[in-house]
Design a protein around this ligand. Structure first.
Ligand code: AMP
Ligand code: FE
Ligand code: FE
Ligand code: ZN
Length: 287
């Protein structure tokens, strides 16, 4: 069997349901050779993931996934690989992003309460892992499901939490340019995550968005992703070649909050992530 990898995963440090060490164990059980932990807006799980990977003989890449401003329907996330997760300025910038979440979350609670849904910030904080844990909208959704206020996570987003829905609250975000530059400043390789999420309207053509991001320093695009159909994946591979971007791929594993997604193999085995993708990434590392 050829070696396979997974370059997009989440742990309890953001909105995944397994500890970083547990994700490492699952990576090993899935028979993968290398992986990256890419929690939203923080690197708090990286040290544990690196240590566990070391013990298990897995190759590990420290990563992050930054939520950038995106003025149209949809969402833009920028992955960063090989970031220096101890860099003081990087950590300071990430702390500011935590602060903007702490500022936003009570406003979501207030909107849900106004809509007649009985849910407290304490319940959501507990769902996220307790005091100090990073809270994301999937944690609100999980509490809403547990309390029977909605029947599924997707219903929570579609009816309340998604952009444009009645309980949506904005948080301060980095612009696309700032997101790419933050990753570069931490010695990382910026890669556009799951481009399907930019395609929710017929706005700017994808090639144009990629060119703009490349102008800021973007180096790659996540072409292989469980929600990309074969035609879209091929389009991304062609664009990557045309623009001289590297190609990566990942499952976006979150554990129990996205139970249909498996490490390394995506949804119903619709992903194959060859080790060669990681070779391409390594070639972009600053010398
Ligand atoms: P947050 O970091 O709190 O803004 O939450 C972002 C996360 O919520 C994303 O990573 C997705 O996992 C999830 N999410 C955002 N929008 C949607 C949506 N429309 N449907 C389902 N999940 C979504
Ligand atoms: Fe997530
Ligand atoms: Fe994402
Ligand atoms: Zn993700």
């Amino acid at each position: 069997m050829r070696s396979q990898i997974d370059m997009h995963t989440h742990s309890i440090a953001s909105d995944g349901t397994f500890t970083p060490a547990k994700v490492a164990q699952k990576v090993q059980e899935a028979g993968l050779k290398a992986w990256a932990l890419t929690d939203h807006d923080n690197v708090n799980g990286i040290a544990e993931a690196a240590m566990a990977s070391d013990e298990l003989g897995l190759e590990f890449v420290p990563g992050i996934e930054i939520s950038a401003e995106f003025p149209r329907p949809g969402w833009m996330h920028v992955l960063g690989y090989f970031v220096d997760y101890e860099d003081a300025e990087f950590l300071k910038a990430l702390e500011d992003l935590q602060e903007s979440r702490r500022d936003r979350n009570p406003r979501i609670i207030a909107k849900l309460n106004e809509l007649g849904l009985a849910i407290t910030m304490e319940e959501v904080q507990e769902e996220a892992g307790g005091p100090g844990a990073q809270v994301g909208r999937p944690h609100f959704a999980a509490v809403m499901v547990a309390k029977g206020l909605v029947s599924s996570t997707q219903e929570a987003f579609d009816n309340y939490l998604a952009k444009g829905k009645p309980a949506y609250a904005e948080k301060r975000r980095l612009s696309a340019k700032e997101s790419v530059e933050l990753i570069l400043s931490a010695g990382g390789i910026p890669v556009l995550a799951h481009p399907f999420s930019l395609m929710k309207d017929d706005g700017e053509p994808l090639a144009q968005v990629l060119k703009e991001l490349e102008g800021y320093g973007l180096m790659g695009v996540e072409a292989h992703y469980p929600l990309h159909d074969p035609e879209f994946t091929q389009r991304l591979l062609d664009l990557a070649q045309e623009l001289d971007l590297i190609v990566t791929g990942g499952s976006d594993f979150h554990g129990a909050t996205k139970p249909e997604i498996q490490l390394g193999s995506g949804r119903e085995d619709n992903l194959v992530l060859e080790y060669g993708l990681l070779d391409g990434l390594k070639l972009k590392r600053p010398q």
